[in-house]
Design a protein around this ligand. Structure first.
Ligand code: ZN
Length: 492
């Protein structure tokens, strides 16, 4: 069922609730924060200025601030309130390389500079989450209610898996529920489908030799990598259909074909439906790497670089969030917003637009450029086959995420079109709207201990028999100095 409040009177209820009025009261400061972050795009783990902006806003709004969460320089947490349940609202602020773009222009026009851009909308993501947390703080104070709200400013969602390290450090140990969102084409509750993944570097060590004069003395590490890839490619036929394996050569052993390559390194990105399947697949890939080393008489070493868990849903929280969405109705986009979004749609293919409708699970309606509906919870789209580091949070805390409608339907993720739309009035309306959805859900949890208990019982049932065992082993450290090449490959 599609619920469109137009003409039903539902939209009349918009902003009548106290928590939503508290959001509206602070819109200018937070849209300005989002715009400032848009103007200072910074890559994973180097979000120094963006994190400083969020930290300053937390202080300005009266939060108790903890900097360098989990020892990560660009992670920050702010808490407000006393006692009661602990509600975490998660934000992000990292940008992407290669996606610099002039704001508001429906034509590819990179800005001068290093070429970074907010092509995933994380400028909005952080600002809306901090706005929601601020409104919840104000609500607790105005009603003199017990309860704590926390904003977690999480860096490096794009390939850095920062939330996994923050979870491992215990920063979510006393949190009762977690709420987050991501920019999207449609306003909806996020369907909890995302793949667990890990990046592992396989290094081979052989023996150099003159490739013509003494080939029998050489042992080629490059051969080992190639045999490993052949082995994994044969395995593809026999792995679960949702699993994904990708690889990239980090070191092909040099540029001289007349030297037997003594070293070679390949990075594998392995994805699977859940942690259980992922671990089984990692074990098989390792066996193939060992086999390649055995065949070539080289030595193999494997190093885990990053890892994220699959996302766990939470039915009670999803229902609560959906109820908020339905009371709110879709974001209040106007004619000018639709016209601007149509300009961006004109730069997209028919297939881009069709796949956005398929992903949300609604029949395509031509000529509709922005979200004008609230899909029911029973509407299921094509599952997202990427990954997110929110997955790790969802294994230790009941977690729910919204999709916030902030851009033209069909805009691809990680595109210049997405960067370009990040400061439009529609983006601002979408971020305020989703802040209301998140804050409303938080207030439901504060008011209703039974909702928190049900959310916890749901998580316990989902993890029964296979408790959280992170992909990140204890020796893996946050890749604070990850190269641009790494960050261009998003966790998503
Ligand atoms: Zn993103």
């Amino acid at each position: 069922m599609i619920r469109n409040p137009e003409g039903t009177g539902l939209s009349m209820t918009q902003n009548t609730e106290e928590i939503w009025r508290l959001i509206d009261a602070k819109v200018p400061e937070f849209t300005a924060l989002s715009d400032r972050i848009w103007h200072m795009p910074e890559l994973a783990y180097t979000e120094t200025r963006s994190c400083a902006e969020h930290t300053a806003m937390l202080r300005e709004q009266g939060f108790r601030v903890t900097e360098q969460v989990a020892g990560i320089p660009t992670a920050v947490m702010g808490e407000a309130g006393e006692g009661g349940p602990v509600i975490a609202i998660l934000g992000e602020y990292d940008a992407l390389p290669g996606l610099s773009q002039e704001a508001g222009v429906a034509e590819q026009r990179p800005l001068p500079g290093p070429g970074f851009g907010h092509g995933c909308g994380h400028n909005l993501l952080g600002a809306a989450s901090l706005l929601a947390a601020t409104a919840v703080k104000d609500f607790l104070a105005a009603n003199n209610l017990p309860g704590r709200v926390r904003y977690y400013g999480c860096p490096a969602e794009e390939g850095g898996a920062a939330k996994g390290f923050i979870v491992r450090d215990g920063a979510f140990a006393d949190v009762d529920i977690a709420i987050s969102w991501h920019p999207a084409a449609f306003a909806a509750v996020q369907e909890a489908v995302s793949l667990a993944n890990t990046r592992i570097d396989f290094s081979f060590q052989g023996r150099a030799s003159h490739a013509a004069a003494a080939p029998h003395l050489g042992r080629s590490a490059l051969d080992a990598v190639e045999l490993m890839n052949v082995g994994v490619n044969y395995m593809r036929e026999h792995m679960p259909s949702d699993a994904r394996i990708h690889y990239a050569y980090l070191d092909a052993g040099g540029v001289a074909p007349n030297v037997v390559q003594p070293t070679a390194k390949v990075r594998y990105l392995i994805r699977a439906r859940d942690l259980v399947e992922l671990r089984a697949l990692i074990a098989r890939v390792r066996k193939i790497a060992e086999g390649a080393a055995l065949m070539t008489e080289t030595k193999m070493a494997a190093k885990v670089v990053s890892g994220v868990s699959n996302l766990l849903g939470n039915t009670p929280l999803e229902r609560a969030m959906q109820a908020n969405l339905e009371r709110l109705g879709p974001p209040p986009f106007d004619e000018a917003d639709h016209a601007k979004a149509a300009e961006f749609q004109a730069t997209l293919s028919e297939e881009d637009i069709a796949s956005a409708w398929r992903r949300i699970g609604l029949p395509m309606r031509k000529g509709v450029s922005l979200c004008d509906v609230v899909p029911g919870l029973e509407v299921k789209g094509a599952p997202m086959m990427g990954s997110t580091d929110v997955g790790d949070v969802s294994w230790v805390v009941p977690t729910v995420q919204a999709r916030g409608a902030t851009y033209a339907i069909g805009t691809p993720g990680h595109s210049w079109q997405l960067t370009a739309q990040g400061m439009l009035p529609a983006a601002h309306k979408g971020m305020v709207h989703v802040a209301k959805v998140m804050a409303g859900t938080a207030v439901d949890a504060i008011r209703d201990p039974a909702l928190v208990a049900a959310a916890k019982a749901d998580l316990a049932a989902r993890t029964a028999g296979h408790p959280y065992e992170p992909v990140l082993s204890p020796e893996v450290q946050p890749p604070l100095t990850m190269s641009l090449g790494d960050t261009s490959r998003s966790a998503a």
